[in-house]
Design a protein around this ligand. Sequence first.
Ligand SMILES: *Cc1c(COP(=O)(O)O)cnc(C)c1O
Length: 410
Amino acid sequence: MENVQKDKPLKGFGTACIHSGHVPDPNYAHLTPIYASSTYVFDTAEQGMNRFSGKEKGYIYSRWGNPSFTEAENKIAALETFGIKDESGNPLEAKAILHASGMAALTTLFISSLKQGDKVLTHASLYGGTDELLQKIFPSLGIETVIMDMHDPGQVEDTLKKDPSIRLMYLETPANPTLRCVDLEANIHLAKKYHILSAVDNTFASPYLQQPFRYGADYVFHSTTKFLNGHGTAVGGVLIGRDIKKMNENIIKIHRLLGGNSNPFDAYLLSNGIKTLEVRMERHCSNAMKVADFLEKHPAISKVNYPGLSSHPDHAIAQKQMKHPGSMMSFELKDGLEAGKKFIDKLKICVRAVSLGTCDTLVSHPASMTHYGVPKAQREKAGITDGLIRMSVGIENVEDLLEDLEQALE
Ligand SMILES: *Cc1c(COP(=O)(O)O)cnc(C)c1O
């Protein structure tokens, strides 16, 4: 029993969060134990040879794979493909590879998809680390990035038509920290039309809210540090691909050689965190809608960026491709940076920290924290002003959050 979904399609996403990916333990442990073992034993030399050649399935060495990783990988693959059919009408299958961090998974994605002379097409206001990786590291390997507004399919098509060296379309939606969204269906359609790869950073949405494979994306990426883990207990990343043969051959080889493998303890924390993804996301999103409404009406606030508000420029895109508009938002105080700092310091329940997707509400200041490395002019063009405050709304009781915000805004 490799994957519950293969045996019998489950009706509910929440059930898949709990049961998919689990393999009964030979010692009857309820949960998959933490396989804290760097290497695996062969009964005979021949068995060792057969495992290396792939003739026999089995673990070899933990940089190459570990049962604690496998459980999390199969769970995430099941959730990203949940309820989706492939071209021939069968349940879509995908392969996930767990990594030490989101950035390690991105490195595998970019190195495996691009070679010298190739370009990435993407939009402004990406995760700060992704932006720096593309702009500061890859140019020295001869890989350039084209950044454009991807809201107009006509312009995207013109760019793809004119520049055949673009080999990968990279989308992050909703994007950090302005929560701008891009149309997955329209853009992935163009990637396919021009025979280039497409990858989506689905970290802010989670597979419960949005499934890029529905629109034919080649790769989905997550920083599992965020909503998938859900409790802020471990850094991790995952790359999921729909071309299983390519994932099992080319991509896994690059991943193993780059060495950004996960570790059994973090993988165990991740598998257990994912079990409550559906219930957490429901609460995250209902709290966020109430917090966004409260902030938008508050006289001290000049602007709220939340895709669930009809005032957000991408409200319609979010409504089209997301189950709920998520729990991430950002806002500006009328009196700018100084007022923002005072507000942050007065918070009693909301926690002052970067990162997101944890049970508790986290508040940060992008210009001086997550986007410190992005040049000011580029930052401001993407709406990341000095006064912008980012909030990851948690799953506390919303009355307590609203009271905390109210007293801090006084
Ligand atoms: C956190 C994050 C990353 C990077 O992931 P790490 O786990 O910190 O390496 C990438 N994209 C988004 C949207 C993120 O929030």
